[in-house]
Design a protein around this ligand. Structure first.
Ligand code: TYD
Length: 135
C-alpha cells in the first residue's frame, strides 16, 4: 500500500512557523471544505469509515495521533505528530484515528463538501468496495 506522506514547507523565523496550504501548491486538490477535530479522549478512537470519492489531506496541527489506513488487504499505521507532516488519503481507504494526545487538533482539508452518501461506514461493505475497485 502506498501511503502518501507530505512534508509541508514551513516558513520559520524568530516569531515561529507558518504553513500555508493552497491548490495548486502543497495541496494536490482544490479545497472545498475544512474541518478540525479537537478535545479527543486518547482512549476513544474515531474514523472507522472510508470514502468513495473524497480526497483528504490530514495532519495534527497540534499534538499527535496514530492514523491507520487500510486498503482492504493491508493495514498501515502512521504517526502524525508535527504541523509540517500531512497524509494524503485517497478514496477507498478505511481510516481510523487512535491514541490522540490530549492537546491533539486534527486538521482535515477535503476535496468535496460533506456528503453522507460518500461514506462507507460498514467494514464488510468496505471490503467489497475495495475488492471491486482494486486499490
Ligand atoms: P464523522 O465523519 O463520523 O467523524 P469521525 O469519522 O471523525 O469520527 O463525523 C461526525 C459527525 O459530524 C457525523 O454526524 C457527520 C458530521 N459531519 C458533518 O456534518 N460535516 C462534516 O464535514 C463532517 C466531517 C462531519
Amino acid at each position: 500500500m502506498a501511503v502518501s506522506i507530505l512534508q509541508l514547507k514551513s516558513i520559520n523565523d524568530s516569531r515561529g512557523g507558518l504553513v500555508y496550504l493552497e491548490h495548486p501548491g502543497q495541496c494536490p486538490f482544490e479545497i472545498k471544505r475544512v474541518y478540525y477535530l479537537f478535545g479527543m479522549d486518547p482512549q476513544v478512537a474515531r474514523g472507522f469509515h472510508a470514502h468513495k470519492e473524497l480526497r483528504q489531506l490530514i495532519m495534527a496541527v497540534a499534538g499527535s495521533f496514530e492514523l491507520i489506513l487500510d486498503d482492504g488487504v493491508t493495514r498501515h499505521t502512521t504517526v502524525l505528530d508535527s504541523p509540517t507532516k500531512a497524509c494524503l488519503i485517497e478514496p477507498g481507504y478505511w481510516r481510523e484515528m487512535h491514541n490522540c494526545s490530549r492537546d491533539c487538533v486534527i486538521l482535515v482539508l477535503a476535496s468535496e463538501r460533506y456528503s453522507e452518501d460518500d461514506y462507507i461506514r460498514d467494514y464488510e461493505k468496505f471490503l467489497i468496495f475495495a475488492r471491486n475497485n482494486g486499490q
